[in-house]
Design a binder for this molecule. Structure first.
Ligand code: SF4
Ligand code: FES
Length: 361
């Protein structure tokens, strides 16, 4: 029997009041009428615990757009799962937080778009979001919950990274995750507007090193060099089909949130099959699991069981072949071209071409 996955990302809805142009949701967004119902999510939670999963991350879209969220959290706690809420924070007022605390939520992650209020509004296409996020973060801290701030960074906000770290400190977060935009789906459409310059990146990397020293462990900063400028790829999802399961609002079971961009794969649905059966036997999970599928460069490489060949969705987006060596790796024949592409993109106009909306392609 295969080793159990560690965590499940439950994307319970694609609905969201924000419209970030780098959203990790697919370009084809699920409608509310297509979402799994409460009973189906409760059954999934039971199946996840049975499979040996330890953590469940409630995400979206905006997971707080679903009124059954406290019920799902309570059930997850009852079956022994660690519960994390990944939210924009704009719907999180005192009353709604109390319901989540009462249900047993363990940890909350609140995303920010920028610390400049006008730019935050522009990037999210949502008015006055930063004030609401700050208030929500303070409530989470007051409630005694573990808090992480997620700062998604790109050319249009990276110069304020220091202020974003200060924001996280001011709301007493335990951790800030500084996440460079990943270029597939919506972000790929906006790559020219979002790609940082190499000078911005170098300044940000130096700032993170200095801030880690200053903070001395009081607050953790998670930060990695973005793929287009990296020398080695990240171990995306801890290896395809090895540690994580992602469930879409409609019940599709995926090895990662962007897997549906790989049109050559078909994904199983929880309405037809059990989670355990999909984890053990689904061809889409087997497609890039382990090392057998790897191209020669990876098979011969001593990092093949460290990064598991990088990111399949990025390999597809950049080479047209999901089984190619991830061009973030300098052993890919396309590595130099991708670095040049990043530099060229970073000279593009800062105009956002596609805000995430249902019906926009
Ligand atoms: Fe990773 Fe493959 Fe590059 Fe080796 S060749 S570092 S396994 S992506
Ligand atoms: Fe799909 Fe990296 S996002 S494998």
């Amino acid at each position: 029997m295969r080793e159990s996955p560690l965590a499940l990302l439950a994307e319970i809805t694609h609905r969201c009041p924000l419209q970030c142009p780098y959203c990790s949701n697919p370009v084809e967004l699920a409608k509310a009428s297509e979402e799994m119902g409460t009973g189906e999510w409760l059954r999934l939670i039971d199946e996840a615990a049975h499979l040996g999963i330890l953590q469940i991350h409630f995400s979206g879209g905006e997971p707080m757009a679903r009124s059954d969220l406290p019920r799902l959290i309570r059930h997850a706690r009852e079956v022994g799962l660690y519960t994390n809420l990944i939210t924009s924070g704009v719907l999180l007022d005192r009353e709604r937080l109390e319901a989540l605390v009462e249900a047993g939520i363990d940890h909350v992650q609140i995303s920010i778009q920028d610390t400049d209020p006008a730019n935050a509004d522009r990037i999210s296409a949502y008015p006055n979001g930063l004030v609401k996020k700050r208030a929500a973060a303070l409530l989470v801290h007051e409630a005694g919950l573990a808090l992480t701030i997620n700062a998604v960074v790109h050319r249009q906000n990276l110069d304020r990274l220091g202020e974003m770290i200060a924001f996280a400190e001011a709301v007493s977060a335990e951790r800030i995750e500084v996440a460079h935009v990943q270029y597939y789906g919506w972000a790929l459409k906006n790559r020219d507007a979002l790609m940082p310059t190499i000078a911005q990146l170098d300044a940000a990397t130096a700032l993170v090193a200095a801030e880690r020293q200053r903070l001395g462990g009081r607050m953790v900063i998670d930060y990695v060099i973005p793929d287009y400028y990296a020398r080695r790829p990240k171990a995306c999802m801890g290896g395809w089909g090895q540690r994580f399961i992602n469930v879409s609002p409609t019940g599709n079971v995926l090895p990662c949130h962007a897997a549906e961009t790989i049109a050559s794969l078909t994904f199983a649905n929880l309405r037809d099959r059990s989670l355990a059966d999909i984890w053990e036997n689904d061809p889409a999970f087997a497609a890039f699991r382990g090392t057998d599928w790897m191209p020669d460069a990876c098979r011969r490489c001593d990092r093949r069981e460290i990064d598991w060949g990088g990111c399949r969705c990025q390999a597809l987006a950049l080479t047209g072949d999901a089984a190619a060596t991830d061009p973030a790796c300098d052993r890919s024949p396309l590595h130099g071209a991708v670095f040049a592409l990043a530099q060229k993109a970073s000279e593009g106009l800062p105009e956002i071409r596609a805000y995430r909306r249902i019906g926009v392609k």
